[in-house]
Every structure is written in C-alpha cells, then in structure tokens.
Design a protein around this ligand. Structure first.
Ligand code: ZN
Length: 301
C-alpha cells in the first residue's frame, strides 16, 4: 500500500511550485493557493477524486398537448394520446366535453382522469353531471346525455361537476367556450364573436373548443382569423385558438383534431389523426345511441 503514497517531492503542489520557480515567478503568490489537505498526502493515501463536468446543455423544449371535445370516442382519444406522446409532449391539457354523444363515457373519463392533467368543464360535462331537464336541447344530444347519465357512477358525475370553467396553465389560459361568459357556452364562429373573448383574455395565448372546428383568431390592432395549421405566436399579439374536436369534428374532416404547443418556441401545431372509425361507429350502434351519431363521425359534421 505504501506505493500509493506519493513521495513528498512528487506532490502536485510541489511540482507546481518548482515550475513557477523555473519560470521566475514569485513563490509567495503561489503559497496561498496550495490546498492545505495536500499535507496529508505524505501520511495517507490520496482520497478518491470526484470529477464533476458541467456540460453546456440546450434546454429541451416543453411540448404541451391540447385536446378537447373528446365526446367519448375512445379510439380517437387513444390516437391523439399516442400521437402527442410520439411527438414528445410532456404536459397535457383537456378543453372539456369529456363525455356526451359517443359510446365510452366512463372509459374516456377514467382515461383523462388518470392522466392527472388540467381539465376545464364543457357543456356536456355540465349536463351529464346534473339532474336538470334536457328538454330545451336538441333531441339527439339530449337522448345521448340521458344515456350518458345512466352510464356514469355518482362519483364520476361528481368529478365532472367539480371541473373548473377556466384554468391558467403555464403562460396560457384554457376554457371550453369563451372567457367573457364561460358559463353561457357561446359559440365563436367569426371574428366578431372572438372580439368579446379578447376583452377578457389576459394571456397572449388561450386555447378553447366547443364548436369542434379548429380556428385561430389573432388580435393586434384589429381582430383577424388566420389558418389553423402552424401558428407562431408573436410578441404583443393575442391568440384565441380552437383546438378542434377529438371525437366528433365538424369541419368536414373526420380525423381527430388536437394541437401541440411548443412553449419555448411559442409555436402551435394543429394535428389531424386517423383512428379506428369502424370500431367507434359499431360501439355507438351497439349502445343503441341515435344512429345519426355514428354517421356524423364518419363525415366530420
Ligand atoms: Zn363539444
């Protein structure tokens, strides 16, 4: 073991001192820099050396998956989750309408709940979790909601009831319909509808759903609509983004809709995803839900 002891004249400090002396540098200036524990080297083996290297790292962009209006289409929901996972999404937000219309309310509710993510309340979540009359509703939606109420447990309905109307997530806001009157379930179909929302939007970016049509409204000096494909958020502007619908799109495209928002580069990417439509339709018919609900998901209306 004695071979491990560095001989006194080979001590790193001693070597350094000799070199500095040779270069004609004053020894005085070095003395203070020789670490005190070095003296122990003459009696004990040197302690193990731990090297910590700090490599410069580029921060990984945080990708946030925005999806909503699932309308318990489990096949479409799984397709959206798989896509966002493959795209590197680490965070998730749900725009509501977890239930209503389609055949897997309990399964989709549990799937979303298990993700433990921010979810805002949709009008179908409200109607499915309440006991109020649905007579004023369109008869097909009402029939599906009556059926949905029977499928959910009291505990699941309680979970829906407790969902919040508006959430702030990171630096953006999330709502099912609009920020000006979230409980009124207003539809935003043009820039004039969007204007009233912007008066209550205090973040640059807000995501919502409800119309089942992907859309982007921007407010700078005035409000305009821009294509919902890839949206780069610019400084000083406000963006009101409809993420479309996972389970029942209504823009003529049957594929499930969602948005991936890259928080660092402030870019929103609108996604359309194919899923097992056949299975989703068969389940609607097997549940004896209105047949029109099976037809419409194939047509995207
Ligand atoms: Zn909806």
């Amino acid at each position: 073991a004695s071979t491990l002891h560095p001989p006194p004249n080979r001590l790193p400090g001693a070597i350094r001192r000799t070199r500095l002396k040779r270069r004609g540098m004053p020894l005085r200036s070095v003395r203070g820099t020789i670490p005190r524990p070095l003296a122990a080297f003459t009696r004990h083996p040197p302690p193990p050396i731990l090297i910590i290297t700090y490599l410069p790292t580029t921060p990984k962009p945080i990708r946030n998956a925005q999806f909503g209006d699932n309308h318990p289409n489990l096949e479409a929901l799984e397709a959206v989750i798989a896509d966002a996972t493959a795209q590197g999404c680490e965070k998730w937000v749900c725009m509501g309408d977890v239930v209503g219309y389609n055949a897997n309310p309990g399964e989709c509710l549990e799937r979303v709940r298990a993700m433990d993510i921010p979810v805002v309340k949709g009008n179908h979540d409200e109607d499915a979790s309440g006991d109020h009359s649905l007579e004023s509703m369109n008869p097909i939606a009402a029939e599906a909601l009556e059926w949905t109420r029977r499928q959910l447990s009291d505990e699941q309905r309680e979970w829906l009831r407790k969902l919040r109307m508006v959430r702030q997530v990171e630096a953006f806001t999330v709502v099912h319909s609009t920020l000006d009157q979230p409980q009124s379930w207003n539809y935003v179909t043009n820039k004039f509808d969007a204007m009233s929302n912007f008066s209550y939007q205090f973040t640059n970016v807000c995501f919502h759903g409800h119309t089942h049509v992907p859309r982007v409204f921007v407010r700078s000096a005035r409000v305009k609509e821009i294509p919902a494909d890839s949206v780069q958020v610019e400084e000083g502007m406000k963006y009101f983004n409809n993420v479309g619908s996972v389970g029942q799109p209504r823009d003529g495209d049957w594929r499930a809709s969602s948005v991936i928002y890259d928080i660092d580069s402030r870019t929103g990417i609108f996604r359309r995803l194919e899923y097992d439509l056949d299975t989703a339709q068969k389940k609607i018919l097997a549940a004896r839900l209105p047949e029109g609900l099976a037809a419409r998901i194939a047509e995207g209306r």
